[in-house]
Ligand binder design. Structure first.
Ligand SMILES: O=C(O)C1=C[C@@H](OP(=O)(O)O)[C@@H](O)[C@H](O)C1
Ligand SMILES: C=C(OP(=O)(O)O)C(=O)O
Length: 473
């Protein structure tokens, strides 16, 4: 039987039965502060002296939470989002929606989960002031599309690193719908102001999706609210992180929007029509589960993650095959608990389209017994940091030879050594450093608090898991 979802009545009734001695979860903190204050702090990564034996409750998915929030803001009636992620990226989304007049109410539950009630206004307001995107791709790409269908005139800005992230394709697509943009920095980047008061119905809009799937997802999420809907086509060339587009399409369909996919898989026809309010429970973040599951290989032992969905559109669902092919024993029980057992073997892997799993996967590859090749991730140069350059630099510090190629990384493990690992204000570089620290004694990670972007409880959850791998005297 599948375990009850966090925040549900059944979960509240059974939460005490579910807790085992080694089961680890944390209460979410607000996670709303920028990580820039913590750049000079170093965190001693726990080293595992003995095999792990831990059960870790992973917080909710960022990608699903922020999709549901956008769609709830555009719905014709109120929505209820159980087990919503509360982290910096979702706080920024909540604040952006409130500035459009969307009513937001939170209910925190004894099991640590949060239900968010979303009450959309009859007409989204003109947001006063700038939208702060922080470093959240989902905010900086999805909210301008929402603002366009709201017919708004407003500004957008974010962290210093956010000003480096690619935006032009999504903004050009909105310009094709009649939105005017004015840039105060580099054209096609944050910060900018937009004026969508002359929004015009469009037939087909083409978009270059080689830099980010979020350009496509942004338009798809807003499209049901466009008069006449939208036919969106990906321009020739690679499509970044294709699994995230599938997630967007599935989410829209699950909530009743009409989406047809072109025969070649590179176009989407979205029917006009406001979706009705909905009630959903957000899945755990399977990408953020990754470092914990990979820990069973890095340190040996067993790590379990409950509430693993039997079917998912999250790219993190691929950890099952990835970790199995790298040497782990992986099983999903009928109770929804995913169990990963590391036997001591870690094999190299050839893997395409790892998307946001890449930093964790690359760190695991540095611990493997053979080289690995990760492809289809050239666009990670435009993530929270240039992740290919960051992984090249940081994995080299622990002894791996890493070469960035046009579309990925080649990682050749070498003798391991302790190092101080920088995190570049990138939550996934920080968690990758923590993973290496389990296997290599003496690793320190800069700015572990940057994990609050998607998982404010990371340091506590990680330390509790690592504590199961300490020798008992
Ligand atoms: O739509 C989303 O929720 C995301 C899409 C992906 O972005 P890219 O397509 O830019 O890789 C992914 O890496 C990011 O973490 C989340
Ligand atoms: C790339 C990521 O985030 P964002 O949503 O900011 O693009 C990520 O979480 O790995």
């Amino acid at each position: 039987m599948q375990a009850p979802a966090p925040g549900s009545d059944e979960a509240a009734r059974t939460s005490t039965q579910r807790v085992r001695t080694s089961q680890i979860s944390t209460q979410p903190s607000t996670g709303s502060t920028s990580s820039q204050d913590h750049a000079s702090s170093w965190w001693q990564a726990p080293y595992a002296q003995a095999p792990l034996d831990a059960t870790v409750i992973v917080p909710a998915s960022k990608s699903l939470t922020n999709r549901y929030l956008i769609l709830a803001a555009l719905a014709s009636s109120p929505s209820t989002i159980h087990n919503a992620l509360i982290s910096r990226d979702t706080e920024l989304m909540l604040r952006a929606l409130e500035s459009f007049g969307v009513g937001i109410e939170r209910k925190e539950h004894p099991d640590g989960s949060t239900t968010v009630l979303v009450a959309p206004p009859a007409q989204l307001n003109q947001a006063p002031g700038d939208v702060d995107c922080g470093l959240a791709g989902t905010v900086m790409r999805f909210v301008p599309a929402l603002a366009a269908v709201a017919g708004a005139k407003l500004g957008f800005d974010g962290d210093a690193s956010a000003r480096l992230r690619p935006m032009a394709p999504v903004l050009d697509a909105l310009a094709a719908l009649g939105v005017d943009f004015a840039y105060s920095g580099e054209p096609g980047k944050l910060p900018f102001t937009m004026d969508a008061r002359q929004l015009a119905p469009a037939g087909t809009v083409q978009i270059d999706a080689s830099g980010s799937s979020q350009f496509i997802s942004a338009l798809l999420l807003a499209a049901p609210a466009l008069p006449g809907g939208l036919h969106l086509r990906a321009a020739d060339g690679p499509i970044a992180s294709p699994d995230h587009i599938t997630m967007t399409v599935q989410t829209l369909r699950e909530l009743g929007a009409g989406v047809q996919i072109d025969a070649d898989g590179r176009g989407w026809q979205i029917a006009a029509g406001r979706i009705a309010g909905f009630t959903v429970t957000v899945e755990p973040d399977l990408s953020n589960a990754g470092p914990f599951l990979a820990a069973a290989l890095a340190a040996t032992g067993t790590v379990r993650v409950p509430f693993w969905p039997s079917q998912t559109t999250q790219v993190g669902g691929k950890w099952v095959q990835i970790l199995r092919s790298m040497g782990a024993e992986v099983s999903l029980g009928a109770d929804g608990v995913l169990t990963v057992h590391g036997t001591g073997a870690i094999h190299g892997i050839d893997y395409a389209d790892a998307s946001e799993l890449a930093p964790t996967l690359a760190a695991l590859c540095a611990l493997a017994d053979s080289p690995s090749r990760l492809t289809g991730i050239g666009h990670l140069r435009g993530h929270e940091t240039d992740r290919l350059a960051a992984l090249e630099a940081e994995l080299a510090k622990v002894g791996a030879a890493v070469q960035a190629t046009e579309d990925g990384l080649v990682i050749t493990p070498g003798p391991l050594r302790a190092a101080d690992l920088e995190s570049y204000e990138d939550h996934r570089m920080a968690t990758a450093g923590a993973l290496l620290g389990l296997a290599v004694q003496g690793i320190r990670v800069q700015d572990i608090a940057t994990t609050s972007k998607t998982m404010p409880g990371f340091p506590a959850l990680w330390s509790a898991m690592a504590a199961t791998g300490q020798k008992q005297d």
